[in-house]
Design a protein around this ligand. Structure first.
Ligand SMILES: Cc1ncc(COP(=O)(O)O)c(C=O)c1O
Length: 373
């Protein structure tokens, strides 16, 4: 059997990782400024993470969600404390799309409405409700085309107000910082007004913090820069540092109803061990502060390069926009300078390193980046 060819691949076989570095099967060392697409939060093979996971695996890898799982309660308690939503409920699943799918459903169960508002260039996942909320027509199979989904222009509060006034919308789904769109930050004033209009119209505000959350922006959640609270928040990627896991954080106003939501693998023992290790390390090593400080430093230094048209971001979620396509530069950076980065569209580099990136490692990146400009 061969693999279904859904994605163009670099001809590199990564076999090991440590901190902010990964290694291929030929022994080459790469600086990881991409974190496997914003997934690696506490660094590759962190010793405490490895110890927690192997220790759990030696005890119990999985049992079903029909019995008490104290590890889930530990994740909920630690996450609630660290993220600033201690009174919210937690529902654990396996991937970002699944988190958003459940969030959209929960909102609709709650207020009985059908319409969903998302924003232009949004990416929310590949499952049916989430791909309908993703503004890339090429990702939609005919079966996913759904007239209940409306895309608002980003930061356009007048459009949002007019639509939500119809009281037909169940939820508004917005990324804390748009990632796939090329690191687009919603205005704080827009977010504040969005919060208000959702409350006034009985629309559920869902914050997709799958890429921008879990400390990446220099706050636990990117929307916390605007000083607002969401009704539902979705998390994935960094939550398990590579172990597939996701969560839906739910305002206490929602009632849990048996049968509405469910999962086989979600919140299994091994996944919870990973999530607990991540939260412990983030707290002990103050990784959110580190993301903020190293991110500020990187952006300040990158803004000194005249070749870059725009540098934008928060913490360690950084976009660098060029006047010309970046494909060749990105490829040279990878193959000649041994640095992994991301790209979005044709003109934007995306930096999403592990949150433990040091200033010294940021300097190594800047040196190598300079060489390919
Ligand atoms: C903002 C956002 N939402 C949702 C998703 C989907 O997550 P997953 O690939 O885990 O389903 C992604 C993945 O890139 C994302 O960046």
């Amino acid at each position: 059997m061969k693999l279904f060819d859904v994605f163009p691949l670099f001809d590199i076989n990564i076999v090991e990782g440590k901190g902010c570095y990964v290694y291929d099967d030929k022994g080459n060392e790469y600086l990881d400024l991409y974190g496997g697409h914003a997934v690696i939060s506490v660094g590759h093979t962190h010793p405490y993470y490895v110890e927690k996971l192997t220790g759990q695996l030696n005890k119990l890898g999985f049992y079903s969600n029909s019995v008490i799982n104290k590890l889930q309660q530990e994740v909920a308690q630690k996450l609630g404390e660290q993220c600033g939503y201690p009174d919210y409920f937690l529902f654990l699943i396996n991937s970002g799309a699944e988190a958003n799918e459940n969030a959209i459903k929960l909102a609709s169960f709650h207020n009985g409405r059908k319409k969903v508002m998302a924003f232009r260039k949004a990416f929310h996942g590949r499952t049916s409700a989430t791909v309908a909320a993703t503004d890339t027509p090429a990702y939609l199979a005919p079966v996913n085309i759904n007239p209940n989904y409306v895309f608002a222009p980003f930061n356009d509060i007048e459009f949002v107000k007019k639509e939500l006034a119809t009281k037909e919308y169940s939820s508004v789904l917005i990324e804390g910082i748009q990632g796939v769109a090329g690191i687009q930050i919603p205005d704080d004033s827009f977010m504040k007004q969005l919060r208000e209009v959702c409350t006034q119209t009985g629309t559920i505000l869902i914050l997709d913090e799958i890429q921008s959350g879990y400390g990446r922006s220099g706050k636990f959640f990117a929307h916390q820069y605007a000083g607002i609270e969401a009704d539902i928040i979705t998390v994935a990627k960094g939550i398990g540092n590579g172990f597939p896991m996701a969560g839906v954080l739910i305002n206490p106003m929602f009632k849990a109803v048996y049968g509405q939501l469910g999962t086989t693998f979600g919140g299994n023992h091994l996944a919870c061990a990973a999530a607990i290790a991540v939260l412990d390390i983030m707290k002990d090593e103050k990784l959110i502060d580190n993301a903020y400080n190293v991110g500020e430093y990187l952006m300040q230094e990158l803004r000194k390069f005249p070749q870059i048209k725009d540098v934008r971001g928060r913490g360690l979620m950084i976009g660098m926009e060029f006047d010309e396509p970046v494909k060749e530069k990105r490829s040279r950076l990878l193959f000649e300078e041994k640095v992994f980065t991301g790209a979005t569209g044709t003109h934007v580099f995306r930096l999403l390193p592990p949150l433990c990136l040091t200033i010294a490692q940021a300097d190594v990146f800047l040196e190598r980046f300079k060489k390919i400009l």
